[in-house]
Each structure stands twice: as C-alpha cells, then as structure tokens.
Design a protein around this ligand. Structure first.
Ligand SMILES: O=C1O[C@H](COP(=O)(O)O)[C@@H](O)[C@H](O)[C@H]1O
Length: 225
C-alpha cells in the first residue's frame, strides 16, 4: 500500500472515530447508558484505536458486535479478541463489552442466551458501525448463506449463520436489530469495495448483495482509497 493510501485510511478512521464519539456524547446527555455496535474484520483496527482514546463517559457505554465467528475468544479470527485488543483499551477500557459468544458448542445452541443478554442493553443503539466484504455481505449476512432470508426479515435479535464462502459458523445481529439504531455508519477501504457499493446502489436484490438492505435509510459512508 502506498504511503498516501495508508495516510488516507488513517485519516478516515480518525474522522469516523470523531463522529462516533460525538454521537455517543450527544446521546449520553439524554440517556443513562448508550449502546455502540461495532464490526470486526481488518478495516476497523485504526478506527477502534482512535475511538478508544476519545474522552467521553465510557463507563456508561455498552459495546457489542454486529457479528462474530463461533470460535474461542482467544482464536486469531475472534472479533471478541479483536475488540478487546483494539477497542477496550485506553479511555475506553471503562466501557462494558458484551460478547456474541458463549460456551455452547454451536451458534444455534448459543443464540438464545446471547439474544437475551443483548436484549437487556439500551435500544435503539446510539451507533452501529458496519463493514462490508467484497461479496456485499455485512455483519454475517452472506449472499450464499441459507439463513440470509432470516437475517434480513426476522425480528429476532441474533441468528446463527453458515456460509460456504467462509469456514467458521457465525452469529449475527439481524437487519431488524441493526436498524434499531439512531445512526449507522459504513466504513470501507479500497477501490474494490467502492465498486461493490456502487453496484449495490444501482440494484435492488438484497440476496445478491446484502448491504442493499441498509441503503434505504441514512447510512453515513466513511471510505478511503
Ligand atoms: O467477515 C467480516 O467481514 C466484514 C468486512 O471485513 P474486512 O476484513 O473486509 O474489513 C466485516 O464487516 C464483518 O463484520 C466481518 O465479520
């Protein structure tokens, strides 16, 4: 990656962190607790690190994830581990993190407990930060997942998800739950993802590109080359 690209990604991640921190502060003036929903993947690392240093009443912030791989929390692919390493640090170490995993052997077996635990948070969430894969998936709403219809239509809080394109079983907040939020942001890097988003904006089949399910309501884009 060229230095200018790296700089742009750092700058956009910082700008997103400033916006999210401002949104949390605004809601903390009206609410005792606020909910922040984050995404995993590679993109959010500098954003989380920047956000973790922002001054706000972190002890009144509940942080959870849009989705998770059903793996042990010390696994390299664990979003839980990612968030604990890059977000629940610095000033944000005072926030409460609510994992999407438990001791159950499968996401199907664990989803009820996770759903009940997350239902106790403050909804609508103040902020949901979404990412997107090159296949147009967001959270763990994958185009090749048998559970995609449920993820897009169910009023459940979470669903178990499996997709041939990714090895590990997943758990994901549903579209319904992700939309129960005051503000939604989409954080993307790279020309390939820009092209996927442009394609998504030009069509309507949500099963082809699940990100489309989030484009019919305000969604603030933070994109860097
Ligand atoms: O699998 C996932 O991928 C997307 C995008 O990840 P990235 O590595 O391309 O940034 C992410 O939004 C989602 O939460 C994650 O589970």
């Amino acid at each position: 990656m060229k230095t200018t690209e790296a700089d742009a990604r750092t700058r956009v991640a910082h700008d997103l962190a400033v916006s999210v921190a401002a949104a949390l502060r605004e809601d903390l003036e009206q609410q005792e607790r606020v909910t922040l929903v984050l995404s995993g993947g590679s993109t959010p690392k500098p954003f989380m690190q920047a956000l973790s240093r922002m001054a706000l009443a972190w002890s009144r912030v509940d942080i959870t994830l849009a989705d998770e791989r059903w793996v042990a929390t010390d696994h390299d692919d664990s979003n839980d581990r990612f968030v604990r390493t890059h977000m629940i640090i610095n000033a944000a170490a005072e926030a409460r993190f609510h994992p999407l995993v438990n001791e159950a052997p499968t996401p199907e077996a664990g989803a009820d407990e996770v759903g009940q635990r997350l239902a106790a948070l403050t909804w609508p969430a103040s902020v949901v930060v979404l990412g997107m894969g090159g296949d147009g998936h967001t959270a763990s709403l994958f185009p090749d997942s048998a559970e995609l219809g449920d993820g897009l239509e169910s009023e459940a809080l979470v669903i178990a998800a499996h997709a041939p394109s990714v090895g590990q079983p997943r758990i994901s907040l549903t579209r319904d739950r992700l939309m129960r939020s005051h503000r939604r942001y989409l954080h993307l890097n790279g020309g390939d993802k820009k092209a996927v988003l442009a394609n998504a904006m030009a069509g309507s089949d949500q099963h082809e590109l699940p990100i489309r399910a989030f484009l019919d309501a305000p969604l603030a884009l933070y994109w860097a080359p």
